[in-house]
Each structure stands twice: as structure tokens, then as C-alpha cells.
Design a protein around this ligand. Structure first.
Ligand SMILES: CC(C)(COP(=O)(O)OP(=O)(O)OC[C@H]1O[C@@H](n2cnc3c(N)ncnc32)[C@H](O)[C@@H]1OP(=O)(O)O)[C@@H](O)C(=O)NCCC(=O)NCCS
Length: 369
């Protein structure tokens, strides 16, 4: 087994990443220092890189899968747009690289914050597909599989890469397997986003009632475990972190399967021994479905930036080995994405200078497709 170093736009992710930049969770409207203290030190494996090297391990038959883990923070973007309609002017370049119907979808959101995340999500998906599946920007279009999960398919029906997206409180997170399909799901939560409302409810109704209000989306034993936190954890914020951690893990798993809300087994899904990322160095969660342990899915829970938790669920392939090696999350620069789209659309397509620099990645992909 040899190792092929493919240089693209950002340097190699160091094995252990530290926070390069922190941001607060604005949805709350409280100072970031408050939220930092609420969330303890959210160990934040996040790097901000504009140039990067992807290490792809070459085997005799091709390349083993390589992961993409992008975070786009839309909160500081297009600050002069305080209403959705104003994005038409202030985010004109970003919108211009999207087709008219996608532009309209973005501009239909009531809240500008949601519109920015929708725009970010569309940009990220296109960037991923155009860059790693060697598809012209305008044809980097997602479709939905039979479970309604967004996927990318070539005209021959093949899926050269897999991805999943999640957005919350201004953050858009995309996780992908760029060299071969993998069953994966991602979810991001911001436990402090609705803190005032959550704490108000808990004060007024009590912790057990707060849990019961959401009981229909959790498994029965999970509800019991959350109830139990009322006597074991005195700190309400700590309880909320457990609550949102469970939410995040479940969503990642459910999104991995693609069945989402239609899954008939939602109430038979149990996440056992879950703890917030800052309370455990590695995920100790066990997944149980209809009373049987699910042991072919890797869960990974990490805190990113200040106040956000991301969970990934990746099903291992039949070989028993991990299907996808995950590293650090990379804070993406929207300018990089927009200029890639502009260059690609200017007619150079895959031959553009920018795309040229990623040709080896694409060639590797072509070899195994
Ligand atoms: C769409 C759904 C899968 C995720 O919604 P959400 O958590 O509100 O939103 P997220 O930001 O995490 O995810 C949205 C992204 O999920 C992706 N998505 C949509 N349908 C999906 C599906 N069936 N499977 C996987 N991913 C899906 C999309 O890419 C979407 O982003 P985009 O529209 O910008 O492309 C949700 O409707 C759902 O069914 N959730 C699971 C069921 C549940 O009860 N959860 C409660 C807690 S356990």
C-alpha cells in the first residue's frame, strides 16, 4: 500500500487540531463569554485553511476513501443584508452562480439567517460535486434517492461521492466521502440557541415535562435516561447539553439511513450511554435498534467553534474496517467557493486553472468509478 500525496488548495490537516478561530452563537443574543462558560472549553477540532493537501492512500485497485468535513459560518457573511430580499444585492455574486430556481428558493425564506444557510448549503454541495466528481459547476446538481436523501448521481446512475449536510444557528456543515460512496449522516446542534426559551420552560413546567414535550422523537429508554438527569445533574445547562447531544446523535443516525421522519423505527431506536462531547474524549454511545445492538456504525461527536456540536454517523463497509476516516473540520472561505463556481461557469469548466489544481483528485476518482 503506497501513499499518494495530492496537493490542492490547503495544507494537510494536522493530526490533532486546535481551535483556530472562535465565534459566538448569535441566535441567543447573549455575550460569547457567557456561552463559552456554559459550554466549558468546547474542544474544537476546526481549522481555517485556504490551501490544503489531501492524503489519499493508493491501493492496487485505486484509492481508499478520503473524507471532506467542511464548516461554513454564514453569520459574518453579507452583514448588510438584514432582510432576506437584501441578499439579492449584498450576496449577488453568490446567488449568481446558482440557477434561477435555486436563487428563488433561497430568497423565499422569511428569516435572512435561514436564507443565508440555504444559500451556503447550495454553494457547498455544488462545490463538492464540481470539484471532486469532475463535473461542470452547472451540472453539479443533486437529486434525491428513494428515501428522499439528497445524493449526486451521474447520468449512468453511479454515485461517485456521498455527502450529507446539516445547518443550525448560522453554521452549515457538510461531510462527504469523496472517493467512494459511504452511508453517512451529519447533524449540527447549537445547545444554547434557544437557551432562554428552554430554561424558561424548565422553570415553568419542570425538567420532566420539558423532556416529555419532546418524547415522541426519542426512544422510551432515552426518555427515562433524560428524566433521570433531573436528579443526577443539578446544572440545567448541563442537562440541556445532554438533551441536545442525544438529539444530534439521533439525527445523524437517522440522516445516515436517509429515512428521516419517515423511518417507522424511530421510537425503536435507542442511543445508550450518550454523553456530551466535552464530557468524554471518545464516543461511548451504543446504538440499539429494536432491542439489538447496531455495531457497524461509527458515531463521532465533536464540538466546533463555540457552542456547536456536530455528530457524524458512518456505516462501516462489509470488510469490517472503518469506511471513512474522519479528521478535523475545515472552516471554509465562501470566497473560495464562489470564485471556483465563477471560474468554472466562465466556460473553462473542468479545464479552468482552479479546477486544474484538483485534477489529480478527480483522476483518482475516475479510476475507481
Ligand atoms: C430533513 C431532516 C432529515 C433533517 O432536518 P433538520 O435536522 O431540521 O435539518 P438539518 O439541517 O440537520 O438537515 C437538513 C439537510 O438534511 C439533508 N436531508 C434532507 N432530507 C434528508 C434525508 N431524507 N436524509 C438525510 N438527509 C436529508 C438536506 O441536505 C438538508 O439540507 P439542504 O436542504 O440544505 O440540502 C428532518 O426533517 C428529519 O426527518 N429529521 C429526523 C427525524 C427526527 O424526528 N428527529 C428529531 C430528533 S431525533
Amino acid at each position: 500500500m503506497s501513499s499518494l500525496m495530492i496537493t490542492s488548495e490547503a495544507p494537510v490537516r494536522p493530526p490533532t487540531g486546535r481551535i483556530r478561530r472562535r465565534a459566538s452563537c448569535p441566535a441567543l443574543g447573549c455575550p460569547s463569554s457567557t456561552k463559552d462558560s456554559l459550554l466549558h472549553p468546547p474542544s474544537s477540532p476546526l481549522t481555517r485553511r485556504r490551501r490544503r493537501t489531501i492524503t489519499i492512500t493508493a491501493t492496487t485497485g485505486g484509492c481508499t476513501p478520503s473524507s471532506i468535513q467542511w464548516v461554513l459560518d454564514t453569520r459574518p457573511l453579507w452583514p448588510r443584508a438584514t432582510r432576506t430580499a437584501q441578499l439579492a444585492d449584498h450576496a449577488a455574486r453568490a446567488l449568481a452562480v446558482l440557477p434561477p430556481h435555486e436563487r428563488q428558493e433561497v430568497l423565499r425564506y422569511v428569516h435572512v439567517r435561514d436564507a443565508k444557510m440555504a444559500l451556503g448549503s447550495r454553494l457547498l454541495k455544488r462545490y463538492l460535486i464540481a470539484r471532486y466528481a469532475s463535473v461542470p459547476w452547472d451540472r453539479a446538481v443533486t437529486t434525491r434517492n428513494s428515501d428522499t436523501k439528497p445524493v449526486f448521481r451521474r447520468p449512468d446512475g453511479s454515485e461517485p461521492l456521498s455527502f450529507n449536510v446539516s445547518h443550525q444557528a448560522g453554521l452549515v456543515v457538510l461531510v462527504a466521502s469523496v472517493l467512494r460512496p459511504a452511508e453517512l449522516g451529519v447533524d449540527v446542534v447549537c445547545p444554547t440557541e434557544r437557551r432562554d426559551r428552554d430554561l424558561g420552560l424548565i422553570r415553568a413546567e419542570g425538567w420532566p415535562s420539558f423532556v416529555d414535550m419532546h418524547a415522541e422523537v426519542f426512544g422510551r429508554d432515552e426518555v427515562s435516561r433524560l428524566h433521570g438527569l433531573g436528579s443526577t445533574l443539578r446544572d440545567q445547562d448541563h442537562r440541556l447539553r445532554y438533551f441536545y447531544t442525544l438529539w444530534c446523535i439521533r439525527e445523524a443516525y437517522v440522516k445516515m439511513t436517509g429515512e428521516a421522519l419517515l423511518a417507522p423505527w424511530l421510537r425503536d431506536l435507542e442511543m445508550r450511554y450518550f454523553v456530551p462531547a466535552e464530557d468524554a474524549s471518545a464516543s461511548q454511545t451504543e446504538i440499539w435498534l429494536r432491542g439489538r445492538r447496531v455495531d457497524d456504525v461509527d458515531l463521532r461527536l465533536v464540538n466546533v467553534l463555540a457552542g456547536f456540536t456536530v455528530c457524524t454517523a458512518v456505516r462501516r463497509d462489509g470488510q469490517g474496517a472503518g469506511g471513512l476516516e474522519l479528521g478535523e473540520y475545515e472552516l471554509l472561505d465562501v470566497e473560495e467557493v464562489i470564485s471556483f463556481g465563477e471560474r468554472s461557469r466562465r466556460g473553462a469548466g473542468p479545464e479552468s486553472r482552479l479546477v486544474e489544481s484538483h485534477k489529480e483528485e478527480s483522476a483518482c476518482l475516475e479510476n475507481i468509478a
